[in-house]
Design a protein around this ligand. Sequence first.
Ligand SMILES: Cc1cc2nc3c(=O)[nH]c(=O)nc-3n(C[C@H](O)[C@H](O)[C@H](O)COP(=O)(O)OP(=O)(O)OC[C@H]3O[C@@H](n4cnc5c(N)ncnc54)[C@H](O)[C@@H]3O)c2cc1C
Ligand code: FES
Length: 262
Amino acid sequence: MKLFKARIISNNKIAPDHYVLSFKMPHAAGGVKPGQFFNIKVNDACAPLLRRPFGAHKINRNKIEILYKVVGKATEILAARKKGGKLDIIGPLGNGFTINPQTGKLANRQAIIVAGGHGVSPLIALAKKLSDYGARIAVFIGARTKNHVVCREDFKRLCAKLYVATEDGTAGYKGLITDLLTAKLKNILAHNTPTMYACGPKTMLKEIAGIAKRHRMHCQVSLEEYMACGIGTCLGCAVKTKTGYKLVCKDGPVFNAKDIVW
Ligand SMILES: Cc1cc2nc3c(=O)[nH]c(=O)nc-3n(C[C@H](O)[C@H](O)[C@H](O)COP(=O)(O)OP(=O)(O)OC[C@H]3O[C@@H](n4cnc5c(N)ncnc54)[C@H](O)[C@@H]3O)c2cc1C
Ligand code: FES
């Protein structure tokens, strides 16, 4: 974990309310793990006082990209920041996804990735890592409308199968991504038992955890909680697990789905 000033290389709108910002790391970015995050002060003013957490979306040699959705004051300010400006950043923080807890390699070389909303962001870096391991990946993206489906092309390059669900039916299956996942799982599980990775709204993650339990699949979820310090001192991001309270910023944000008390 390091505190550093980073130069903004680019900050571009990619979809309604969605932006990709890239910044230069002062040191090699290769050590950043998919699922780790950066706590960013979006400007030099007193407000907003607190840093905001954003997952590593793409990890390059000396450059990190974050993908963010404008939802409030801080992300609004971030969206207006220009190339060449400086950001005050702490990171990388948190544990990140584990490719395989036992061997360091991916079990069966099969994976399922489930992304809901802006939860898609850290899953691109994960898909890249999994594909470097030679994994066969099925990706499920859930969004509100077809305009909110982001990273489709990135996933297509890295994954064997891509499934999309939108709430209004403007792209792919009409309905919840968890319903589409349930429908497709029968066929997928006939051939193997993949590891599942998910990031998105808590209601979706809870549902995913239930699906993984029913099918005895190993499942890692990346949780989002409000964060004040981001480094384990304020205790503001505690979540209940089966072995007591854990901190999302320090013990997570990635957890084994079966350990969380949903
Ligand atoms: C570990 C981690 C990684 C994250 N990675 C990304 C990412 O890659 N891309 C991205 O777009 N966002 C990410 N987020 C969420 C992002 O940090 C928030 O959207 C951001 O802090 C909002 O700041 P704001 O001032 O614009 O909005 P605020 O005014 O703070 O909030 C606006 C709205 O968003 C909701 N909200 C804000 N923060 C959270 C949160 N942490 N959990 C649940 N709801 C929240 C609020 O309920 C409110 O309705 C991540 C959060 C965490 C904890
Ligand atoms: S945000 Fe302060 S302890 Fe996690």
